[in-house]
Design a protein around this ligand. Structure first.
Ligand code: CA
Length: 237
């Protein structure tokens, strides 16, 4: 059974979300501060964190960043709850590494649908046996069945989003992917959304891959393409 960590400082709202999670067959743990959230996440290893943006001791963004910085928790999906509706705030949440967001007031039914969708997308679930499970390029190896990534044989811990982004690029090696396509296929978001989310995450993924990250090429004004660093254009000399 999947355990949800529900971080919300309004007791009534937290209780409602907890009750709904329970009714949908999830285990849950709840708390009202960022500090408790980080401690509980480390202890319980939740399948997903529902995280309020405005907490009394620290912002949800900071909590999310700390989760992402912890190798053991970096891959935990985060669903951000925000009272704000400004697009910049939502984008800020996504850029901090949240997998999805929901603006308050929201319906708990929609929240549970989104949670279910994130957990379904989360690569922790083993793919069907027929699916090719080992993807490789430029020293990068992604094993879907094991949910592991290695670079030149050394393990690399990625967030759920980074894992999906890398998987998508590896599956479509040599094919140029537009930002809109990636936004739709990796984030499940409308391709019309104006956001630098894709660029931010590709930049971070490249950094995390180190020298092997050179395989992710920027196609100026369009998007990205992953191909082996050795497959360069032949010299004209
Ligand atoms: Ca709050």
């Amino acid at each position: 059974m999947s355990l949800l960590l529900i971080v919300e400082d309004e007791p009534d709202l937290r209780e409602l979300v907890e009750h709904t999670a329970d009714a949908h067959g999830y285990e849950y743990a709840g708390c009202g501060t960022g500090r408790e959230a980080l401690a509980l996440a480390r202890r319980l290893r939740p399948a997903l964190v529902i995280l309020d943006l405005m907490l009394p001791d620290m912002s949800g963004i900071a909590v999310c960043q700390q989760l992402r910085a912890d190798p053991e928790l970096a891959g935990t999906p985060v669903m951000m709850l925000t009272a704000r509706t400004a697009e910049s705030d939502r984008v800020q949440g996504l850029e901090a590494g949240a997998d999805d967001y929901l603006s308050k007031p929201f319906s708990v039914r929609e929240l549970m649908l989104r949670v279910k969708a994130i957990l379904r997308r989360a690569p922790a679930v083993a793919p069907p046996a027929a699916v090719c499970t080992a993807l490789q390029c430029n020293g990068i190896a992604l094993d879907e069945a094991q949910h592991t990534v290695t670079v030149e044989g050394a393990p690399l811990y990625l967030t759920a989003l980074e894992f999906r982004l890398l998987r998508t690029l590896l599956l479509r090696q040599g094919e140029v992917q537009s930002r809109q396509t990636l936004l739709e296929d990796v984030w499940g978001m409308s391709p019309d959304l104006q956001t630098r989310t894709v660029d931010t995450h590709v930049k971070r993924l490249r950094e995390r891959l180190g020298a092997a990250g050179a395989a992710i090429h920027t196609v100026r004004g369009f998007g990205y393409c992953l191909r082996s660093a050795t497959e360069v254009e032949p010299s004209r000399d």
